[in-house]
Design a protein around this ligand. Structure first.
Ligand code: HAM
Length: 441
């Protein structure tokens, strides 16, 4: 008896003491229902375009062995050096939350024997990625990418097609003010000699470089080209241009990519300092920037050719090219451009009730309307008819179905045309057919 009383008092005490609310992990955020409409809009349009271009959907695990990113993305990259969420499993496996999608998809290509499929293999994907970055606008620790990759075709026309599709997605969703930044970073043939040139150049000015660049100079001098530190950018302004040091094959490839893009009539800017932050690229690299935001770090998306990656991951050498964009960044641009959160929340029919008996009727009518594929809204908690009709207007409903005590007893319902305000009493049995008829009309 005493024990029960004690337990009760402690429960009351616990109830009284307000606990500190738990927040989402730093750099990670909730995507709430109103925003989901814009997410759906972006993803549905992107998927539709990918389907039209012959891509099939792939999903790979969020968790991969850490070695995949060490080998694929590269040891001397920001992503691998500083940004991975890596840990050891209970079985002592070193794993990481994927910081990007391409390495996992190339792994899946090898593991699932896709080189035996009819080539090229065209895959698209979407999902969360994780990078331990400093959170700020457009930069999160959990973010989402939509991307697409083509394996098994080395033709420069494929690079142009990927670039075109990337550009087209932004056009389609209404981010039209974009510019393609384009460069070639050569291949295993020509890049070593260019890297040597770069190293010689930067070594002469090493005292002017930031600590990161000094450290990277010997292992990955290409990364110095896009360092955002002011003093490093100044040093880089006089650097030898890679375009002038491409081997014949890379030079021809790039020339052809440009010609195909000209044919497609999309404008681009040649950007010799664009090297991308991942080591797997060969030949073409590109990013899509918003006009007016050039030079900022927040590109909408990026991609390029990566002919060596499948080989690096243990497959036979297979040429490949791809692109991905940050969904948060696209959604944010659309919101900044005035796309309103509730713009797309619509219900064809709104159910209005007055009193408990009416509420009971509404519950099953709601289900019947949904079964008949009619989008329906309700507000079971609200009292006044006026406030419920206001909600119907907000949802842009064409019809309101109103039940009070009398209608609930009679087995009738009032159907109201929200535009004209005309009302009519109909029987409960005829309601679905009547609604369908009026919605069609
Ligand atoms: P990436 O440039 O590292 O490339 O990322 C692509 C896009 O993801 C960026 O342009 C940006 O929109 C978005 N993004 C990256 N980090 C963040 C972040 N912390 N917060 C929000 N958005 C972010 C890749 O990941 C390559 N896998 C692209 C690719 C596909 N290359 C060939 N195929």
């Amino acid at each position: 008896m005493l024990k029960i009383k004690k337990q009760k008092t402690e429960a009351v005490k616990r109830k009284r003491k307000k606990l500190t609310p738990i927040q989402a992990v730093k750099g990670m955020r909730d995507i709430l229902p109103p925003e989901q409409f814009i997410w759906d809009y972006v993803l549905e349009n992107s998927k539709k375009l990918c389907h039209n271009f012959g891509f099939g959907r792939i999903e790979t695990p969020i968790l991969e062995y850490t070695e995949l990113f060490h080998r694929g993305v590269g040891q001397i990259t920001d992503i691998v050096e500083k940004e991975m969420f890596s840990f050891e499993t209970q079985g002592k496996d070193a794993v990481s939350l994927r910081p990007e999608g391409t390495a996992g998809i190339a792994r899946a290509y090898v593991e699932n024997g896709m080189s035996k499929w009819s080539q090229p293999v065209k895959l698209y994907y979407e999902g969360p990625m994780f990078r331990y970055e400093n959170p700020q606008a457009g930069r999160y620790r959990q973010f989402h990418q939509f991307g697409f990759e083509i394996f098994g075709d080395e033709c420069p026309a494929i690079d142009a097609q990927i670039i075109y599709l990337a550009w087209k997605i932004f056009q389609k969703i209404g981010i039209k003010n974009t510019i393609i930044q384009l460069n070639s970073i050569g291949c295993g043939e020509c890049r070593p000699a260019y890297k040597k040139l770069l190293t010689d150049y930067y070594e002469m000015k090493i005292h002017k470089l930031c600590p990161d660049c000094k450290r990277r100079l010997s292992d990955n001098p290409l990364r110095l080209l896009d360092c955002k530190e002011e003093k490093c950018a100044q040093v880089s302004s006089g650097v030898p241009q890679i375009i002038d040091h491409l081997c014949e094959a890379c030079h021809d490839h790039f020339k052809n990519v440009l010609e195909f893009l000209d044919e497609l009539e999309i404008s681009y800017v040649l950007n010799s300092s664009l090297v991308r932050g991942l080591d797997y690229y060969t030949k073409t690299v590109f990013e899509i920037w918003e006009v007016g935001k050039e030079g900022s770090q927040s590109s909408l998306g990026g991609g390029g050719r990566y002919d060596d990656l499948v080989g690096i991951l243990g497959g036979e050498t297979v040429p490949a090219v791809g692109f991905s964009f940050g969904v948060e960044r696209a959604v944010e641009r659309l919101l900044q451009g005035g796309l309103h959160l509730d713009q797309k929340i619509e219900r064809e029919v709104f159910l209005v009730q007055l009193g408990n008996m009416a509420r009971k009727k509404i519950l099953s009518l709601f289900n019947n309307l949904i079964d008949a594929r009619i989008s329906v809204g309700e507000s079971l908690g609200r009292g006044s008819i006026k406030s419920q009709l206001r909600m119907a207007n907000r949802f842009n409903s064409k019809l309101a179905l109103i039940i009070g005590q009398k209608e609930a007893l009679d087995g009738t319902i009032i159907i109201r045309d929200m535009e004209s305000g005309m009302q009519e009493v109909i029987t409960m049995e005829s309601v679905i057919a009547e609604v369908k008829k009026r919605l069609k009309g």
